[in-house]
Design a protein around this ligand. Structure first.
Ligand SMILES: [Fe+2]
Length: 171
C-alpha cells in the first residue's frame, strides 16, 4: 500500500464513523453510544491529522507542491482541532453537541475531497517516493497509538481526561 492508499483508507474510516453518527442522531436514548462514537471520531482524526502534519505535508512541501494549497490544508486541520477540543468537553444532549459533530463532519468531508483530489494528484505527479512514505506513516502511527494508550498520556490525550465516563448526575 502506498502513502496515498493508506491515507485514503484512514479517510474512509473517518467517513464511516461520521455516517454512523448520522444514523445514531435520529435515535433517542443512545447518548452513551453517541459519546463513544464521538470519542472514536476525535481520536481517529487527531491521529490522522498528526500523521499528515508530521510526515505527509512536509514531504509535499519539500517536493514544492503549491504552498497556498498546503497552507489551506493546515488551516483546515486547525479548524478541525478547534471543533475536536470543543467536543472533548461536551456530552450528548449538551447545547450544540450534534451541531458541532455535524459541522466537523462537513468540514472534514470538504477537506478530504480536496486532499484526495488536487493534493494527491499533485503528489503523484511530483514523483514523491510514496512507498517509503507509507512505511514512515505506518511506523509513526504505531508509535502514536502506543503513546496515546500508555497510562502517562491518559490525562493529556483521553477525551475529557476520562470524565465523559461519569456524565452529569441525573436530574
Ligand atoms: Fe488532512
Amino acid at each position: 500500500m502506498d502513502a496515498l492508499e493508506l491515507l485514503r483508507t484512514e479517510h474512509e474510516k473517518v467517513r464511516a464513523l461520521l455516517r454512523q453518527f448520522e444514523e445514531l442522531r435520529a435515535i433517542e436514548d443512545e447518548d452513551e453510544r453517541k459519546a463513544e462514537l464521538v470519542d472514536e471520531i476525535c481520536y481517529e482524526l487527531t491521529l490522522h491529522t498528526m500523521l499528515e502534519e508530521e510526515i505527509f505535508y512536509p514531504a509535499l512541501r519539500a517536493a514544492q507542491l503549491d504552498a497556498d494549497m498546503m497552507d489551506e490544508a493546515d488551516v483546515e486541520h486547525a479548524g478541525a482541532r478547534e471543533l475536536i477540543s470543543q467536543l472533548e468537553v461536551m456530552y450528548p444532549g449538551d447545547d450544540h453537541f450534534d451541531a458541532t459533530v455535524v459541522v466537523l463532519g462537513e468540514e472534514i468531508a470538504h477537506h478530504i475531497d480536496k486532499e484526495e483530489g488536487e493534493m494527491f494528484a499533485a503528489a503523484r505527479a511530483a514523483g514523491i517516493d510514496l512507498a517509503a512514505l507509507a512505511l514512515l506513516l505506518t511506523a509513526r502511527r504505531e508509535q502514536l497509538e502506543e503513546d496515546l494508550s500508555s497510562p502517562a498520556s491518559i490525562e493529556t490525550f483521553e477525551p475529557h481526561g476520562g470524565s465523559r465516563r461519569s456524565p452529569r448526575p441525573p436530574n
